[in-house]
Write a protein that binds this ligand. Structure first.
Ligand code: 5AD
Ligand code: SF4
Length: 348
């Protein structure tokens, strides 16, 4: 596809946007079908070693109330995931570095692998070192989500502190591929000063790196962060609709360019519209990740403000997402891990 066409579609509205979604849905149907797979997500700790300028659980945010779930609490979540047959679990936290936290994660992965061998296991715990990633893979984790946030070095610098490194992030993504994880990446759409050309660079990066899964989403302001100042808040509020629509267009473009990948409908889309995630499924996504995090912790895992469903329980989210997927006339599939077709093809 020509750059001019990509630009046109990323900014599409009205009839052109309808055409774009018709094409992405056609491509999805032809490649992976209309199945929507579920991943129960457990946000097991909001401690983070990093200090990203946009994120509510950055280590510098002293207002964030920190928690770590216990093994027993995680086991209850796993039994729930098994009971409602989500088929996969995602373990997410801030970036882990201490030996104690790493050992804890390894033990949880071993527990899942031994007790629920049929469950897909995805990790999303930041830039871990090669040897430890290998150990986790050996223990049964087989998918890893690590967003690039932006592939553009100058923008990466603007939204991260000096010591965070884009090169290191790319190195970790390559490590994950070497180990043979199903690798998921993604970006944030709508960060201040991001341009359409920046988004085209992200699309190119995703194609070049040939990822298996995507979990991208809109940027949402958080007041207790350096990027959440009054000026940014005002322009974010003014651009909300555009950020939402650009995210949907980006998902549709990804589906067209990388047809056999798994693409998640980000929860952050529900900040913009009550059915935001469902609109993402209608634009070409095929994965939904209902929260299984216990209600007592949900209000503390705040990467961004106005996070949806913080008062709900895992049961509510299960019934609600299945109902929404049915209403969108898609096919909710329970009881299978829903691995990425792209990964399977890559490994033939
Ligand atoms: N808005 C949207 N997404 C955010 N993340 C962190 N902070 C925000 C925010 N303010 C996303 C990052 C990270 C993922 C775990 O959460 O993209 O990779
Ligand atoms: Fe930590 Fe991720 Fe938030 Fe950055 S975006 S501060 S790495 S949780």
């Amino acid at each position: 596809m020509k750059i001019t066409d990509i630009k046109k579609y990323l900014t599409a509205t009205g009839e052109l946007q309808k055409e774009l979604f018709a094409e992405s849905v056609r491509v999805r149907k032809e490649t992976i079908g209309e199945d929507v797979h579920f991943r129960g997500i457990i946000e097991f700790s909001n401690y983070c070693e990093k200090n990203c300028l946009y994120c509510g659980i950055r280590c510098g945010n002293e207002k964030a109330e920190r928690y770590r779930m216990t093994k027993e609490e995680i086991k209850i979540c796993l039994a729930f995931i098994d009971r409602v047959k989500y088929g996969s679990v995602v373990l997410q936290s801030g970036e882990l570095t201490s030996t104690k936290d790493k050992r804890f994660l390894l033990e949880i992965v071993q527990f899942i692998h031994n007790n629920y061998p049929h469950l897909g296991i995805t990790l999303s715990c930041g830039e871990l070192d090669f040897e430890f990633l290998k150990e986790l893979y050996g223990a049964g984790a087989h998918r890893y989500l690590l967003r690039i946030e932006t592939s553009v070095p100058s923008l990466y610098k603007k939204i991260h502190p000096e010591h965070h490194s884009l090169e290191k992030r790319i190195e970790t993504l390559n490590d994950l591929k070497k180990i043979n994880y199903q690798v998921g990446c993604g970006n944030m759409i709508g960060v201040p000063e991001q341009t359409i050309d920046n988004l085209i660079s992200d699309l190119n990066f995703f194609q070049e790196m040939d990822f298996d899964m995507f979990g991208l989403g809109p940027y949402v302001i958080h007041e207790d962060t350096p990027m959440g100042n009054f000026e940014n808040k005002k322009s974010w509020e003014e651009n909300k609709e555009q950020i939402f629509q650009t995210t949907l267009n980006f998902i549709a473009m990804l589906r067209i360019l990388l047809p056999s990948c798994n693409i998640a409908a980000a929860t952050a889309l529900d900040v913009f519209k009550p059915n935001g995630r469902i609109q993402a499924l209608k634009a070409g996504a095929n994965i939904i990740m209902p929260s299984v995090t216990p209600q007592i912790y949900r209000g503390k895992y705040l990467l961004y403000q106005n996070k949806p469903c913080i008062d709900e329980h895992a049961e509510d989210c299960s019934a609600c997402t299945i109902r929404q997927v049915n209403a969108a006339k898609l096919n909710p599939v329970l009881g299978t891990p829903g691995n990425s077709l792209h990964y399977k093809q890559r490994n033939i």
